[in-house]
Design a protein around this ligand. Structure first.
Ligand code: GLC
Length: 423
């Protein structure tokens, strides 16, 4: 009898233990993606961010230029709310061609695309069953999200949806009926995770809202159940899978993935005659992100007729040309070992370090010492260089004509893995 009781207790204990293990795993699985599902993202380095909606007809900022109450956030946009909210009735971007957008991204060397499925203005760029305030009720009538998803899947680009839990249009948002808004939000996220095939990134933008504001815990559980390999950014009140520095290059950080989102011009949505970055600034931005061990999500705002502005396309294609030649020093690399500095940044892969010299500040670049021996050196985009390695450090120089206008990519081949060269 005694023995039986003990056995029973042990069994019960075992059951309890396995129950707690299961719930620990459950917590893990909703809060964080598996490391193997992060790999493509870490290798990709470069994606296209697209901010688009009926507001492009005005050429003002998406969401923020809408007049009216922002419920909890100060300020009022310049376009009267009645006008802003009715812009979609005139929105007919007949030149929109999802395949063309995907081709532009691919030509730029981008590996994924993130599109604004709904911004703070509450307008759905997809055929949601939960609202009438949506693209399929515009004269255009087409589900832009569906067309983009199809083009990405066919073109081999990974796909992400930007979604703003902040919604200045929805009548229940941050009112005493906010619970109802949460149901709507979860319902729309369910639609996005169900109706458009494989989704690789969910990109929330909640302007500092907490996990409780969106019931993010349950929302994440649903998302990961519907899209088991998805990765999620850090803007729904939970740290999730990657950080999102905005309009700045993330700091050197190798233990957690990050992605800087940066506009090609000054505005997220299309702005006529916007001041746009030079080719050199575009490439440097990408190189500095990779050198800091992060990604660049580079933003364009397409025009009201549906095309990405030709001036922007030129820049993107030039970035693609750079990557055609120097892609091995970006894709699949990790940042460092040399911390980024005013001269440029470095990346590494296997036995190679890529030193991206963005500014030759003097005739010699002097880098800190490394533990491994440099056995070979070259310039990836043409020419030869001189490398002197001593116990004090590494000196790199080259003749003037070998210095590239945008980035001189120097390859240092080591006698072993570059990953631990500085440890
Ligand atoms: C900001 C803005 C928004 C933009 C986003 C992109 O949070 O509110 O307009 O879409 O950044 O990171």
């Amino acid at each position: 009898m005694k023995i039986r009781l003990v056995t029973l207790l042990v069994l019960l204990g075992g059951l309890l233990l396995s129950a707690t293990t299961v719930s620990a795993q459950e917590t893990e699985s909703y809060s964080q993606a598996k490391p193997e599902d992060m790999q493509w993202f870490r290798d990709a380095k470069f994606g296209l961010f697209i901010h688009w909606g009926p507001v492009s007809l005005k050429g003002t900022e998406i969401g923020w230029s809408r007049g009216g109450e922002r419920r909890g956030i100060k300020g009022v946009g310049p376009i009267p709310v009645e006008e802003y909210d009715n812009l979609y009735k005139k929105f007919n971007p007949v030149k929109f061609n999802a395949k063309e957008w995907v081709q532009i991204a691919k030509d730029a060397g981008m590996k994924y695309l993130v599109f604004t499925s709904k911004h703070h203005d509450g307008f759905s760029m997809f055929d949601s069953k939960l609202t009438d305030h949506k693209i399929t009720n515009s004269p255009f009538k087409r589900d832009v999200v569906a067309e983009l998803a199809k083009a990405c899947h066919e073109g081999g680009l990974k796909l992400g949806f930007y979604y703003s839990p902040v919604d200045w249009y929805h009548p229940d948002y941050r009112t005493e009926n906010h619970k109802r808004y949460i149901e709507f939000l979860h319902g729309q996220i369910r639609e996005l995770c169900t109706n458009y095939g494989q989704l690789d990134v969910m990109w929330f933008d909640s302007l500092g809202g907490t996990a409780e504001d969106w019931d993010s815990k349950n929302m994440f559980k649903m998302i990961r159940e519907l899209q088991p390999h998805i990765i999620i950014n850090d803007r729904a009140g939970l740290p999730a899978d990657f950080g999102t520095p905005e309009q700045e290059i993330g700091k050197f950080q190798t233990d957690r993935a990050w992605e800087s989102c940066i506009t090609i011009g000054k505005q997220w949505a299309w702005k006529p005659a916007d001041e746009i970055k030079s080719v050199s600034e575009c490439v440097h931005t990408l190189v500095r992100c990779a050198g800091g061990d992060g990604n660049l999500l580079f933003n364009v705002g397409p025009m009201p007729d549906g095309r990405i502005e030709p001036r922007q396309v030129v820049r993107l294609r030039k970035m693609g040309e750079f990557l055609n030649q120097c892609g091995e020093s970006i894709y699949g690399t990790r940042g460092g070992p040399f911390p980024p500095d005013s001269w440029g940044a470095s990346t590494h892969k296997d036995n190679k370090i890529y030193v991206h010299v963005l500014n030759w500040e003097s005739d010699k670049l002097v880098l800190p010492p490394i533990k491994r021996r440099i056995v070979k050196n070259s310039i990836l985009n043409g020419g030869v260089c001189f490398v002197k390695q001593t116990a004090e450090g590494i000196e790199i120089s080259t003749r003037e004509p070998n210095k590239k206008k945008i980035d001189t990519v120097i390859v240092l081949e080591l006698d072993g893995p570059a990953a631990d060269a500085m440890k």
